[in-house]
Design a protein around this ligand. Structure first.
Ligand SMILES: C[S@@+](CC[C@H](N)C(=O)[O-])C[C@H]1O[C@@H](n2cnc3c(N)ncnc32)[C@H](O)[C@@H]1O
Length: 275
C-alpha cells in the first residue's frame, strides 16, 4: 500500500499463506504485523514457526523421504502436536492438486513436468523459507481466530492498515468453497466493518457484478486488475479501497505460486512488463 507515513500496525485478517504480511515484515513496512486465520491447519504452521519451532519444522521437512506411500502414511496419522500438524499441512499443500488444503483435494499424480508427487516438493527451499521467517518473527503477531473480531478490535485505530483478501464466494462463486475449509464469509458485514475502520484498507476480490455493487453501495473505489495465477491463466480481480488513485492503470500483477515464500525481492505482487 502506498501510504504517506508508515503505519504502526498492519493487519491481514484473512492471512492464508500470508504473503503480503511477510513482505510487510521483511521490508519493515509497519511496526507490528497482525495475521489472523481461522483454519486450524494453516494456523498450526504459523504458530509453529512463530513460537520458536521453525528449526524443528525445517528439519522435519529436510528429513522426510517423500513418496506416494510415505505421504499417504503421513496423512492417515492424527497429528499428536501442533508441530506435527504444521508438517502435515505443508506436506499437503505441496503435494495436493493446486496446493488445496480443503477436504477432497487429490494428491498430485502426474504433477508438474510429469514428476508426480515430487514436482512441487523442494525441501531445501521450503526449509530455508521457514527458517527465514524466524528473522522477523518478533514483529509478527499471529491470531488463530476470526477476521471479523480482530478487525472490529482495531476499528478505531487510525494507525492500523488492513489488507483484506477473503475467500471469493460473493455472488455464489464456488472457487472459494472449493479451495478453503472456511469459505463462508458475510461479505455485506465485511464491507460494513471496512466502512467504519478509522485506518486505511485495501481489499482484493474477484471482479464480479455483486462485488462491484457492494463497493458502490459503500462508497468505495474499485479498480480491475489482471492477475496471473499459479496456472498462468489471466483472471480479473478487483482492488477495493477508499482512494485508489495510487494504483496505476493497466499492467498485470503476478500471484506467487507458493505460500511461505519469503525472499523480499520475489514476494511482492509485482507489475509485469507490458508486452
Ligand atoms: C483468499 S485466502 C487468503 C490468501 C492470502 N492472501 C495468501 O497470501 O495466501 C482466504 C483465507 O481466509 C481464511 N478465512 C476464511 N474465513 C475466515 C475468517 N472468518 N477469519 C479468518 N480467516 C478466515 C481462509 O481459511 C483462507 O485461508
Amino acid at each position: 500500500m502506498s501510504l504517506p507515513s508508515q503505519p504502526a500496525i498492519f493487519v491481514e485478517p484473512f492471512a492464508g499463506g500470508g504473503i503480503i504480511s511477510l513482505t510487510a515484515a521483511f521490508e519493515q513496512l509497519a511496526d507490528l504485523i497482525v495475521m489472523v486465520e481461522l483454519d486450524e491447519q494453516i494456523a498450526a504452521v504459523w504458530q509453529t514457526i512463530l513460537a520458536g519451532d521453525a528449526q524443528w519444522l525445517a528439519k522435519r521437512i529436510l528429513n522426510f523421504d517423500l513418496s506416494p506411500e510415505s505421504a499417504k502414511a503421513e496423512f492417515t496419522k492424527t497429528p499428536n502436536s501442533q508441530c506435527e500438524r504444521a508438517f502435515q499441512t505443508i506436506l499437503k499443500n505441496r503435494t495436493a492438486h493446486g496446493g488445496i488444503l480443503a477436504e477432497g483435494a487429490g494428491v498430485l499424480k502426474n504433477g508438474e513436468n510429469g514428476k508426480g508427487i515430487l514436482s512441487r516438493w523442494y525441501p531445501q527451499t521450503i526449509a530455508r523459507r521457514i527458517t527465514n521467517i524466524e528473522l522477523v518473527a518478533k514483529r509478527i503477531e499471529f491470531i488463530h481466530g476470526d477476521a471479523f473480531e480482530v478487525m472490529t478490535q482495531h476499528r478505531k485505530n487510525k494507525d492500523a492498515v488492513f489488507f483484506i483478501d477473503p475467500p471469493y464466494t460473493a455472488g455464489g462463486k464456488s472457487a472459494g468453497s472449493r479451495l478453503y475449509t472456511h469459505s463462508v464469509v458475510d461479505h455485506e458485514k465485511l464491507f460494513s466493518i471496512c466502512k467504519n475502520l478509522k485506518g486505511d484498507f485495501l481489499m482484493t476480490y474477484d471482479n464480479a457484478e455483486e462485488v462491484l455493487a457492494l463497493a458502490k453501495r459503500h462508497g468505495f473505489e474499485t479498480k480491475a486488475i489482471s492477475m496471473k495465477n499459479t496456472h498462468h491463466a489471466e483472471m480479473d480481480e478487483l482492488l477495493i479501497g477508499r482512494d485508489l488513485s495510487w494504483v496505476e492503470d493497466g499492467g498485470i500483477f503476478r500471484e506467487e505460486s507458493t505460500p511461505y515464500k519469503v525472499a523480499p525481492s520475489k514476494t511482492k505482487p509485482r507489475r509485469a512488463k507490458r508486452s
